[in-house]
Design a protein around this ligand. Structure first.
Ligand code: GTR
Length: 409
């Protein structure tokens, strides 16, 4: 009897409420840092958010979570490795550019691979992501073939890894990707390689607020955007930064820092991404810093099991995208990423969108399995595991159609 009661109470604590769908506590009730005091008008809140509060939140993430990237001290050069090669299988053309970053300590190069629909009139909106494998591969695998949980009639092939890329291109969008290894290999090397080495002498210890690997990847995504802006076929005012899992953490941070990204998309980004750290559900701050000590800045390591001492939490990272459209996605079986914590971040971040007179997630909106919800803040939870699938991409394309092209579903 007692064990059953304890198990029930534990599920209550983890889920955040009994029948979690119906009652969501306010940020203050949930012990989360608030954006602004209650009782201000939306217009007044927007003024304060834009004049001071947003900068405070951003600075706190820079100092205590991701670390500060250098503001300057480098020059950029741009080259083209491959002008345009037709990819008949994709009905697309592929271009390869390279961004050369030069500092007094040396140079690093980031390759940008861009796929554009063969038939396009004028410039096209582009999704920009990153991957963790050799970018010399013919086609980056940017999503698993269709795994729509309920639509068994989908005709998309389950074998062909390019099926997702073709889906994106056939809907009139471009896709660009960089190789994370060009920016910073995903290993704890003491910041001796990648772009960190351009700015830090390896004998210098990293200061506790120096940029970690996720901040370097975010910086690399902005350098890739510098390259995309030089392509007249790319509508640089409509570039969505997107990432799955660890790349989703980097995409959220890139979108927070660089307002040139017109849309920000996090796919199953979890701890240090969209999931609220204070919930300590699934992967925790202590665990992620133990296993991936290079991802965040040194200060962040001190907040393991002390998340409540942080002046920010991840709902505020989502809100840094406002008023630009932002999308957070979860997977039902991805307990490690804390789907409920990812949803709550999107839910709470919607308050800042209301400052702008925009609807993010409506206060009465709740997650619906395998359905996209929300307006300027999008959210879905897909049945299945930690992954990025054609179903996820379909939701993002619909979201981009709505917010980039003004198309209603
Ligand atoms: C896991 C990590 C997660 C997530 C994931 C991924 O090992 O704990 O935070 O980043 O890797 O990137 O696939």
């Amino acid at each position: 009897m007692w064990l059953r009661l304890i198990a029930f109470l534990m599920s209550f604590i983890v889920s955040g409420s009994i029948h979690a769908q119906d009652t969501i506590p306010s940020m203050a009730e949930a012990g989360l840092p608030v954006f602004l005091p209650a009782g201000l008008s939306n217009e007044r809140s927007r003024q304060i958010w834009e004049s001071t509060r947003r900068e405070q939140v951003l600075a706190a993430f820079e100092t205590y979570v991701y670390g500060k990237a250098p503001e300057g001290g480098y020059t950029l050069g741009f080259d083209r490795i491959e002008s345009s090669s037709r990819q008949p299988k994709l009905n697309a053309e592929r271009r390869r550019m390279v961004v050369n970053i030069q500092t007094e300590r040396g140079m690093a190069s980031i390759k940008v691979t861009l796929f554009l629909p063969l038939e396009h009139s004028g410039s096209v909106p582009v999704f920009l992501g990153m991957h963790l494998f050799d970018s010399s591969r013919e086609l980056p695998v940017i999503g698993q073939p269709w795994a729509h949980p309920t639509d068994s009639t989908s005709t998309l092939s389950l074998e062909d890894p390019s099926v997702v890329l073709r889906m994106i291109l056939n809907r009139g969008y471009g896709f660009a990707t960089i190789d994370a290894n060009d920016v910073d290999p995903d290993e704890h090397d003491g910041f001796k390689n990648g772009v960190h080495a351009l700015f830090h002498d390896e004998t210098q210890r990293h200061a506790p607020d120096d940029w970690g690997t996720l901040a370097a990847w975010a910086w690399g995504l902005s350098r890739a955007l510098d390259a995309l802006e030089r392509e007249e076929d790319v509508d640089a005012s409509k570039v969505a930064v997107i990432g799955h899992s660890r790349m989703g953490k980097a995409a959220l941070w890139a979108g927070a820092l660089d307002s040139r990204f017109a849309m920000v998309i996090s796919n199953d980004s979890g701890c240090g991404g969209a999931a609220i750290s204070r919930r300590q559900t699934g992967e925790t701050v202590a665990h992620i810093n133990r296993v991936f000590p290079h991802w965040f800045c040194g200060h962040f390591h001190a907040f393991g099991d002390r998340e409540q001492a942080l002046s920010v939490d991840q709902h505020m990272l989502i809100a840094l995208a406002a008023p630009r459209p932002v999308y957070v996605a979860s997977a039902e079986e991805d307990a490690w990423a804390d789907p409920r914590g990812e949803f709550l971040s999107a839910f709470y971040a919607s308050e800042v969108y209301r400052y702008y007179g925009l609807s993010g997630l409506h206060p009465d909106e709740r997650p619906l399995m395998n359905q996209s919800i929300g307006d300027r803040v999008g959210y879905h939870i897909r049945s299945g595991r930690h992954d990025i699938t054609a179903f996820d991409w379909k939701c993002y394309l619909d979201f981009a159609d709505r917010h980039f092209l003004g198309k209603q579903p």
